[in-house]
Design a protein around this ligand. Structure first.
Ligand SMILES: NC(=O)C1=CN([C@@H]2O[C@H](COP(=O)(O)OP(=O)(O)OC[C@H]3O[C@@H](n4cnc5c(N)ncnc54)[C@H](OP(=O)(O)O)[C@@H]3O)[C@@H](O)[C@H]2O)C=CC1
Ligand SMILES: CC(C)CCC[C@@H](C)[C@H]1CC[C@H]2C3=CC=C4C[C@@H](O)CC[C@]4(C)[C@H]3CC[C@]12C
Length: 676
């Protein structure tokens, strides 16, 4: 009872501290403290001051100074959703060269005095890692606190533009610290191996050469890295910052560390093969990164592999509604698969790991395994990021380049492909797509409303309709309720009462020409619209259009005698199992005919320059169908007198094809009954 009262007395903040923060700190810090206390007792004469002295990282500040002082040209990162363009100083390559040259000069200097860097305490890797584990964790906690109390900008958390005293945190942790320490570690381990074995071990030389060349390539290309998801989208937190401060120096360098004590000779043939294949992989990886960058720099106006590059000019919107355009390359390596360049990245890694042989050791291949998972996962993350950003343009790109990483292997799921929805959709999206409405209809609504009433009105309508999609993709499926919800929201806000927008939108994309092919006269249109819908199934297999039947027809016009009005009977096909559609019709009986009326009216005016007078004569629910009977009054000059008025609505679920019809349609067949 007392405990319950005590709990009630706790505010939510106290509860959060007691139940989350303190347990988390205990889990994070106590196990490590035990190790540090052991270390201080055994290696620091029990002195905590000496422990602190050993754990102080003296290299970090020097790298910060280099980053700040070394000049470099200004380069720009990817524009953030709020329209901010991050600015960087491209001095990574210069900083790297200075660091490595200083290391080389220091090594020579020490050698002359009978020492090597590996003999100095600062190169004791155990101390270094122990210090980095603790410092990086403290640094991440500091970032968390700063993020809450004093965020850098409104973009904080998205742009990668985390500044502390003018230093971009992610550029520092990833490029200037993590990768520089990786390069230094590879060099130190190679030296250590030389010291221990008194010779250059061929495997160690190959792995060191490949890793150092890879890192040199990275720094040469560093400005390109500012446009990757690590910098564009990832937050400066545990994954990126602790990862680069601690995980990269320890885990990424494992192969070299392993080789120091297990020097497997690989022999000249393997040395040449691994070095050759590794260098080729490095070149292809760099080449494909370069192709992407070059295509963007040239705004798609370049030749790739001797041909004009194929690009998609993808539009996207910033948060303030401003439109932007970007180039998506679909040539060269970027036509083979999406992120094909991960394959050479992995094969290079395999080459520098395989120098350790196949002696049943797992450690040298752990980085390769980790990277495979990371890159596979990354390709999905990037797909999602680009789909969210570019919408239908990304779908177009995925159609041009359907494979992910491994060409011909990574087909999109069959269910999605069969329905011809954009490739690259993930399963969650596919689930949403099932039995829904194509985006082209919604695009029409958006296009009309935005152009007629403005972007703000469209935003308001979306809000009223509870529509979470800022844009629509032509061939993606959406919930069928959405069209009616948008239409109703638009009606309440703008007084819009009919569906004229769709036809205007079709005309914009040239579909009006297809409609015109149906005949010269409006009556041809009414007679042919069902056939056209059938034809559309080739491109939009899940389309569920209404059926139009001309029930009665008469001529109009002075030269043809008194006007007798043709009647068009419209049956909106709503099969029973598509109950959502049926519901929407029942929810809003007045709206659907209004929508259709607007379409009929606009078609007559836009395509046939005819003013149509439309009356809704009857509406009813007939089993699976909603039935609307319209009377259309217009100048039906083309009517010549023949027309069958017989019509029948057939429920596809219960319809049995008479065998005579079947045999006439399919003269060659093999009939099997259920028991074969
Ligand atoms: N060793 C390691 O741990 C790792 C190494 N790497 C390596 O780093 C390098 C870069 O990483 P990577 O993963 O490619 O970078 P990203 O996947 O982060 O870059 C993808 C970005 O490039 C743009 N983009 C995507 N497709 C196209 C296209 N067809 N045409 C033009 N632009 C496109 C998009 O950004 P936008 O918004 O500008 O359109 C997209 O978000 C690679 O060499 C990779 O192998 C990568 C991960 C881990
Ligand atoms: C906490 C850990 C389990 C995971 C940490 C992962 C990060 C350290 C790494 C995630 C993405 C990595 C990188 C991306 C791209 C790069 C370009 C390449 O040319 C050099 C390496 C790197 C900068 C690389 C570095 C480690 C990651 C940030």
């Amino acid at each position: 009872m007392a405990t319950k009262q005590l709990k009630q007395a706790e505010g939510p903040l106290v509860q959060f501290i007691n139940r989350t923060v303190i347990p988390l700190l205990l889990i994070l810090l106590v196990p490590q403290s035990v190790m540090y206390l052991w270390y201080a007792s055994v290696h620091c004469q029990g002195s905590l001051t000496e422990l602190a002295d050993r754990l102080t990282n003296r290299g970090g500040p020097a790298l910060v100074l280099l980053m700040l002082l070394v000049p470099g040209r200004t380069c720009y990162g990817t524009e953030t959703p709020t329209g901010h363009v991050p600015e960087y100083k491209d001095n990574g390559f210069a900083c790297y060269l200075i660091t490595m040259a200083t290391f080389l000069a220091g090594t020579v200097y020490l050698k002359q005095r009978g020492l090597t860097p590996t003999k100095l305490r600062m190169y004791d890797y155990g101390d270094f890692l122990a210090s980095m584990i603790l410092l990086s964790l403290a640094f991440c906690l500091l970032l968390c606190v700063k993020g809450v109390l004093a965020p850098t900008s409104t973009d904080h958390g998205r742009s990668g533009n985390y500044l502390i005293c003018g230093i971009d945190i992610k550029v520092f942790t990833n490029c200037r610290f993590g990768l520089t320490v990786w390069a230094l570690a590879v060099a130190v381990f190679a030296l250590k191996s030389y010291e221990l074995h008194g010779r250059v071990v061929d495997g160690m030389a190959v792995t060191a050469a490949l890793q150092l060349l890879y890192l040199t390539k990275f720094f040469w290309w560093e400005a390109g890295y500012y446009r990757t998801i690590d910098i564009i989208t990832d937050r400066a937190g545990f994954y990126i910052c602790w990862g680069c401060l601690c995980f990269v120096p320890s885990f990424y360098t494992l192969v070299s560390l392993f080789m120091v004590r297990q020097p497997e000779p690989v022999g000249p043939a393997w040395t040449a093969a691994l070095l050759g294949f590794g260098l080729a992989s490095l070149a292809v990886n760099y080449w494909s990164d370069w192709q992407k960058q070059a295509a963007r720099a040239a705004d798609g106006q370049l030749n790739i592999w001797g041909r004009p590059a194929r690009v998609i000019r993808a539009k996207y919107s910033l948060e303030n509604g401003q439109e932007r355009q970007s180039v998506l390359l679909a040539s060269g390596f970027w036509a083979v698969s999406r992120h094909f360049h991960y394959i050479p990245e992995l094969s290079l890694t395999l080459c520098w790991s395989a120098v350790c042989g196949t002696g049943c050791h797992i450690i040298p291949y752990m980085y390769f395994a980790f990277l495979s998972v990371l890159l596979f996962h990354r390709s999905f993350r990037d797909d999602k990021k680009c789909r969210d950003k570019y919408g239908k343009y990304w779908s177009e790109y995925c159609k041009l380049v359907p494979y992910k990483i491994v060409p011909f292997l990574s087909r999109p799921p069959a269910s999605i492909k069969a329905s011809s929805f954009p490739t690259g959709s993930n399963f969650a999206e596919a689930a949403e797509i099932v039995e829904t409405m194509y985006g082209i209809l919604l695009e029409g609504v958006q296009h009309y409303l935005e152009h007629t009433y403005g972007a703000q009105a469209w935003a308001k309508i979306r809000e009223l309709a509870e529509c979470r999609h800022p844009t629509f993709e032509t061939r993606r499926g959406y919930n069928e309720h959405l069209l009616m919800q948008l239409f109703e929201a638009a009606s309440s806000l703008t007084g819009l009462t009919n569906g004229c927008f769709f036809v205007g939108y079709l005309a914009k994309y040239g579909y009006d020409k297809v409609l015109r092919v149906m005949g010269r006269h409006l009556r041809d249109f009414y007679h042919g619209i069902d056939n056209l819908h059938e034809h559309l199934r080739f491109s939009y297999p899940r389309i569920r259009p209404p059926t139009f039947i001309v029930a009665d027809e008469s001529p109009t016009g002075a030269e043809r005698g008194p006007a007798v009005h043709p009647k068009v009977l419209q049956a909106a096909l709503t099969p029973r199992h598509h109950s959502r559609h049926a519901d929407s019709v029942q929810d809003s009986p007045a709206r659907l005919p209004a929508l259709r009326r607007g379409q009929l009216y606009t078609i007559a005016r836009v395509l046939y320059q005819l003013e149509l007078d439309i009356g809704l004569v009857d509406s009813s629910q007939q089993g699976a169908y909603s039935l609307y009977v319209y009377e259309l009054r217009f100048d039906n000059v083309a009517y010549s007198g023949e027309h069958s008025t017989a019509y029948r609505i057939i429920d596809p679920d219960s319809y049995v094809v008479p065998y005579r019809d079947f045999i006439t349609l399919f003269p060659y067949y093999l009939a099997l009954d259920r028991s074969l």
